[in-house]
Design a protein around this ligand. Structure first.
Ligand code: ZN
Length: 254
């Protein structure tokens, strides 16, 4: 990191350092996940401290101390504070699961800037979203994330033998290989999950359209919920780690 930088970012979490200093874990499209400190951030009179909190997005003026190898936040300009997300438990746990994916994927890995754009757009949308559309947005975010993390989620081709899969043919998700597969290949798999025609169409439509447009696509609610769980599983397989938010927030997420 340079000595002085201005970085856009989303605050993922805070932690206390000694008595009064506020640590922040921040996801920036420029540097990925980094830690920075607001000195005196927990003191009552701190101007900067209260605004550097989880689920806010803005621009940080950061001084990097090469000796202490630490980052100090000098200024912060707020772009968005996601108040509605924080006051609604379903939205809140949905967003927390996204932030956890951000950290565990090291900021989306090689797709960092695309992943950051997706996360910002999804949080902006979630903030204003009517609750009836929450699962649709969650699925759109998870589907796009799975692809950015390197997943092959092409519903028209078997990821194992490469055969084209026609729209009327059944499609499976092969857990062992983390890809879609044809009926022949899924036969050898002990744990293949059937992807229904409805979900298949939904994926095809989503991959051709923007997140915003795809929110309008109508899909049966049970299919949507099933697909959401499957996508969380797929992402956990890619991350090779469980998402803790799925446990703590299970009453609100599923
Ligand atoms: Zn196949």
């Amino acid at each position: 990191m340079k000595r002085n930088s201005k970085l856009e970012g989303i605050v993922i979490r805070n932690y206390r350092i000694q008595d009064f200093h506020k640590g922040a874990v921040i996801f920036s499209p420029d540097t990925g996940i980094f830690h920075a400190i607001v000195y005196g951030g927990y003191k009552g009179k701190s101007k900067l401290g209260p605004s550097v909190q989880p689920l806010c997005r803005g621009k940080f003026d950061v001084y990097h101390d090469p000796v202490k190898k630490s980052n100090k936040i000098l200024e912060y300009e707020s772009f968005a504070v996601y108040e509605d997300i924080k006051s609604d438990l379903k939205k809140y746990f949905t967003a927390l699961s996204w932030l956890e994916i951000s950290v565990k994927s090291h900021g989306g890995g090689e797709s960092r800037s695309d992943f950051y754009s997706l996360l910002s757009a999804a949080l902006d949308t979630l903030e204003l979203l009517p609750e009836a559309l929450l699962d649709r947005l969650a699925v759109q975010f998870l589907l796009r994330t799975a692809i950015l993390l390197g997943g092959n989620l092409n519903p028209n081709e078997c990821g194992l033998c490469g055969k084209k899969i026609a729209s009327e043919e059944p499609l499976y998700y092969s857990r062992a290989d983390a890809c879609f597969s044809c009926s022949n290949c899924s036969g050898i798999q002990a744990q293949a999950a059937l992807i229904s025609a409805g979900i298949k169409k939904y994926i095809e439509y989503s991959l051709k359209n923007s997140l915003e447009t795809s929110l309008n696509a109508v899909i049966d609610n049970n299919l949507l919920k099933y697909f959401k769980s499957l996508l969380y599983n797929i992402i956990e397989e890619y991350l090779e780690e469980n998402l803790l938010t799925l446990k703590t927030g299970k009453d609100y997420l599923f």
